[in-house]
Design a protein around this ligand. Structure first.
Ligand code: IFM
Length: 467
């Protein structure tokens, strides 16, 4: 099972590299993106069910009703993971399967599914890494304000404890939230994600309640005996377009505050940054931040998960409205991608990942880092012989693994790498139009085929490095 990476340029082949012993190799997915079975075994509706069924919200009206049918095919999928040699599998739990209305009775059949999946993984020697929230909020909670309602944070901690009670004897790594920036700012700022709200105050309120949810769940999980607790962020690798321009540097600092420090500072320093609080105060009186909240958010964690795909370059542009997914960022302009891009039109720049990791290590020392997502969308499908030749994905992952290695060489405590994604899946507002998988999924037959990238990744795992 080998796939050779042939360089598309005349450059000499890059040197081989080896990762530290024990480096964790994995792949990631998320519940709504792969499970399907949206109405089965007592699962309640989530905000993504509602959003995807709302005309005009998701590409071509696609929904997660069936997705990759992983709910029924999980054993086949775990067998594929074993074939690839994955040490770890990062998946998320659908809150509406566990507590269909968010706070009420526990749905045992929902827990049973994750129980079966966990046992299947362990039976194949694969470590289950659980994410408790990857965006599928029970719709009932959204009807009460969703993440703009403080009670959602409390409900999340209860739900975390319920899941831990069932799986805690076998799952060691618990991730509270995946990418709260997306939940808060795409969900309530730009509205391109569920629940589709466009309101800067709601977005900032949601960001705080997500932070609080993480803190409360961490406290509950720790009390219940969870061994390793983490959160996954998608920090923005932002830089000023013109580093010599003071105005561009200020624009980058604002975006860094809204995207990164608003999550990282309370988490690791126990308080929101003064400039971020001042920015929020210009939009609204942040009454949603109560005394003691930052101490709760500041609970120690064991690992920080990092999802990285693309960098951002910003400049000061007086009069420019600024993107809605950065509340109050008028006067800031994001540069359009330059150079090679993926099918998401995301600029490819592995060096930005090294910069991001070294910055996090420098500014928030003492916590091990884990790449919990990295990968690329490309449309390659099966050739006549059924094989999927996704060379660009191999090149993308290869270059980003080298960037990780550079960070390790610079002293960053990076513990592992999870490819996004194990298989093609529901890419949120893009529906099934974008394919991030190392395994190709035919959505008509549900047939899975290992792409060349999967075979190549398997070889990377086997050698613990790149040739
Ligand atoms: O598919 C998503 C995933 O759910 C969260 N991180 C980014 C991926 C690609 O957009």
């Amino acid at each position: 099972m080998t796939a050779t990476v042939t360089s598309t340029s005349a450059q000499p082949a890059p040197a081989g590299i080896t990762f530290p012993e024990g480096f964790i190799w994995g792949a990631a997915t998320a519940s709504y993106q792969i499970e399907g079975a949206a109405r089965e075994d007592g699962r309640g509706p989530s905000i993504w069910d509602t959003f995807s069924r709302t005309p005009g919200r998701v590409f071509a009206g696609h929904t997660g009703d069936i997705a990759c049918d992983h709910y029924h095919r999980y054993a086949e999928d775990v067998a594929l993971m074993a074939e690839l040699g994955l040490a770890s599998y990062r998946f998320s739990i659908a809150w509406p399967r566990i507590r269909p209305d968010g706070t009420g009775p526990v749905n045992v059949r929902g827990l049973d599914f994750y129980d079966r999946l966990t046992d299947e993984l362990l039976g194949k020697g694969i470590d289950p890494v659980v994410t408790l929230y990857h965006w599928d909020l029970p719709q009932t909670l959204e009807d009460r304000g969703g993440w703009t309602n403080r009670e959602t944070a409390e409900a999340f901690a209860d739900y975390a404890e319920i899941v831990h009670r069932r799986l805690g004897d076998r799952v060691t790594t618990w991730t509270t939230l995946n990418e709260p920036w997306c939940s808060a700012y795409l969900g309530y700022g730009s509205g391109i994600h569920a629940p589709g709200v466009q309101d800067p105050v709601a977005a900032l309120t949601a960001a705080h309640h997500l932070n609080l949810a993480h803190g409360l769940a961490t406290r509950a999980l720790r009390a219940a005996g969870a061994k390793s607790i983490s959160i996954t962020l998608n920090p923005c690798a932002v830089a000023p377009l013109d580093p010599d321009s003071e105005a561009d540097r200020a624009a980058a600092h604002l975006i860094d505050g809204l995207a990164n420090r608003i999550f990282l500072d309370p988490l690791f320093k126990g308080h929101y940054p003064a400039d971020v609080l001042a920015h929020i105060a210009r939009i609204a009186d942040p009454v949603w931040i109560r005394d003691g909240d930052e101490t709760i958010i500041n609970a120690p964690i064991d690992v920080l998960g990092i999802n990285y795909y693309t960098p951002a370059y910003v400049s000061a542009a007086p009069g420019h409205p600024g993107p809605l997914d950065y509340p109050g960022s008028h006067g800031v302009k994001f540069r359009s991608p330059v150079g090679p891009v993926t099918d998401m039109n995301w600029q490819i720049e592995p060096a930005a990942l090294t910069r991001l990791l070294t910055r996090l290590h420098r500014d928030y020392p003492g916590v091990p880092l884990m790449i919990t997502e990295n990968g690329a969308a490309y449309p390659d499908g099966p050739a006549e012989n059924g094989e999927v030749h996704d060379l660009r994905r191999i090149e993308y992952v290869d270059s980003h693994l080298r960037a990780c290695h550079d960070a390790l060489a610079a002293g960053v405590d990076l513990r592992g790498y999870f490819a996004w994604s194990l298989m093609d899946n529901f890419e949120w507002a893009e529906g099934y139009a974008k394919r991030f998988g190392m395994v190709h999924v035919d959505y008509t037959t549900q047939q899975r085929v290992l792409k060349d990238s999967a075979k190549w990744y398997s070889e990377v795992i086997r050698r613990n490095g790149l040739g």
